[in-house]
Write a protein that binds this ligand. Structure first.
Ligand code: SF4
Length: 196
């Protein structure tokens, strides 16, 4: 399935609300580099809040460094930003027993599940029209796994899931260009330290 085509079809079908209001979107933001490209794609179509919820990132100093890089993006894009709690114990519990799995396997699915569940919960509680994630920019991030989790949470919480596979249209390359443009730090590992 081409999830990026699905996204484009969804965007074509969007309608503005009263007074030309764009639909609201809670966007799980894995990092500033991936968010740069996704904001460039979606800012014109949605009223966006970025949600940095990534208790998978180790160590805490790296988590804080990645968090601080969002200031550069927020100076360039008219969006809101919120950071969730750094619930490292919750993450450890979510992936317990899976620490030795290869990257891209079941530990990552559990990690996506935790981060997207928190995003779906928040989207539901705060009345967002849509939720999504920037994770599909990553070349090693499987779109079918991420979109499967998102679709399932959409059914559970009753909030629309915005399908994507942002790597499909050169999104990863474009994110590198945008990082150069805005002077954004690009990390060289995903987040946890189990298989690096
Ligand atoms: S490699 Fe990345 S996606 Fe996979 S469990 Fe670690 S932090 Fe999560």
């Amino acid at each position: 399935m081409n999830y990026q085509s699905t996204l484009e079809n969804i965007i074509c079908g969007l309608s503005l609300g009263t007074g030309g209001k764009k639909p609201s979107l809670l966007m799980h933001a894995c990092c500033a580099p991936c968010s740069s490209y996704v904001l460039e794609c979606l800012c014109g179509h949605f009223d966006i809040t970025l949600y940095y919820y990534n208790p998978n990132i180790m160590p805490y100093d790296e988590y804080a460094l990645r968090l601080g890089e969002f200031d550069k993006l927020l100076a360039a894009f008219p969006v809101r930003f919120e950071a969730g709690e750094y619930e490292s114990e919750t993450y450890r519990a979510a992936v317990r027993g899976l620490e030795g799995e290869r990257e891209g396997g079941s530990r990552c699915a559990a990690c996506f599940g935790l981060r997207l569940r928190r995003t779906a919960e928040k989207a539901k509680k705060e009345g967002y029209d849509w939720f999504c994630t920037t994770l599909t920019v990553g070349p090693n991030k499987k779109a079918e796994v991420i979109n499967g989790i998102g679709a399932s949470l959409s059914s559970e919480y009753g909030v629309n899931w915005l399908y994507s596979d942002f790597k499909k249209r050169g999104g990863y390359q474009r994110s590198i260009e945008l990082c150069k443009k805005y002077g954004i730090y690009r990390q060289n590992y995903c987040g946890c330290r189990f298989t690096t």
